[in-house]
Design a protein around this ligand. Structure first.
Ligand code: F6P
Length: 359
């Protein structure tokens, strides 16, 4: 039995722990394992396919990033190809990928990735590829699984930043607006905002009214709370408005979100007269050592992926449905992305303790 591992999309702390657990679980069954470098680029002649054994995964469980590297521009069904005139065209290279995997004697692929990678896996499975998926994203926006590894680490990074902003905000009587990642889901903002006792949390699932945001800040000011902390998800937007897109995307890349906090800080300053500063936390949330929770979840997913291959559960994704890891059909998890439920107890608790969602 020869299996291949691939990591695709944005990296998330815990990827290496998945790789380690999968490799060791496979090797202990007497299987051969290889790693496709940079998403699926290694199977398209754009990078390598490397052998993985106990030695290749030694001492990596606590490291962020991925030893296999990754890309968010590697969809084999619409792979960017440069034309002679310098322009780029997207071509379907999935048949080439499948032929190369067959030529290498790869029996099954374990794809570790987010929604983009899951969609690719589904299409490869439809073409007969034996594939099992491990969900990965700091955004926690994948349906069917209670959480994904990387999310807890990102929340803790955001939380540490909020704690630090609190002391400087209080010293200067300032409003600090901090933007966190999450694409179109508000989980990182919600969890870090509540845990970090933010005063305002703005998420894509609850469009905000800037006047309500300012009301909260002014009300705090009136009772002597001269500083405020606003946590905003990068995909949040005002009622009747749109998310803020940052810069131009490269061929094959999804639109980039971000930059919403600068504009928001400026408007709050104009409307309240309070001194405001903004911080985009950015890719710090994707780096660093995975937390213990993420390392454990990643190891469980890695081990369970090998079991799913052994049981020939092709076209499935592993999911945490506490206390168990289960497998779910890709069709089911891809039906709709996971979003914050506006009536979830975390939102209700946040409201009950006085946090404003700007609505
Ligand atoms: O999906 C993970 C994520 O970090 C999002 O939260 C963010 O919008 C995006 O990836 C950033 O991607 P990139 O690495 O392309 O800047």
């Amino acid at each position: 039995m020869k299996i291949a591992l691939s990591t695709g999309g944005g990296d998330a702390p815990g990827l290496n722990a998945v790789i380690r657990a999968a490799v060791l679980s496979a090797v202990s069954r007497g299987w051969e394992v290889c790693g496709i470098k940079r998403g699926f680029a290694g199977l398209l002649g754009e990078d390598e396919v490397i052998a993985l054994d106990e030695r290749s995964v030694r001492g990596i469980a606590h490291l962020g990033g991925t030893i296999l590297r990754t890309t968010n521009r590697g969809n084999p069904f619409s792979y960017p190809r440069k034309r002679e005139d310098g322009s780029t065209v997207e071509v379907d290279r999935s048949d080439e990928l499948i032929a190369n995997a067959d030529a290498l004697g790869i029996h099954a692929i374990i794809s570790i990735g987010g929604d983009g990678s899951l969609g690719i896996a589904k299409r490869l499975h439809d073409k007969g590829v034996r594939i099992v998926c491990v969900p990965k994203t700091i955004d926690n926006d994948i349906s069917g699984t209670i959480t994904t590894f990387g999310f807890d680490t990102a929340v803790n990074t955001a939380l540490e930043a909020i704690d630090k902003l609190h002391t400087t905000a209080e010293s200067h009587d300032r409003v600090m607006v901090m933007e966190v990642m999450g694409r179109n889901a508000g989980f990182i903002a919600l969890h870090s905002g509540l845990a970090g006792t933010a005063d305002v949390i703005l998420i894509p699932e609850i469009p905000y009214d800037i006047d309500r945001v300012c009301d909260k800040i002014v009300a705090r000011d009136r009772v002597g709370k001269k500083f405020s902390i606003v946590v905003i998800a990068e995909g949040a937007f005002p009622k009747g408005g749109r998310e803020s897109i940052r810069g131009a995307s490269l061929p094959g890349e999804a639109k980039r979100l971000g930059g919403v906090c600068e504009e928001l800080a400026m408007v709050i300053q104009q409307k309240t007269g309070k001194e405001c500063r903004s911080l985009t936390l950015g890719h710090l949330q994707r780096g660093g050592q995975p937390t213990g929770y993420d390392r454990l979840l990643a190891a469980r997913f890695g081990g369970a992926a090998i079991k799913a291959v052994e049981d020939e559960q092709w076209g499935t994704m592993l999911a945490l449905q506490s206390p168990h890891i289960v497998t779910l059909p890709l069709d089911e998890v891809l039906r709709e992305p996971k979003r914050v439920e506006p009536n979830h107890d975390i939102v209700l608790t946040a409201r009950a303790i006085g946090i404003s969602f700007g609505d």
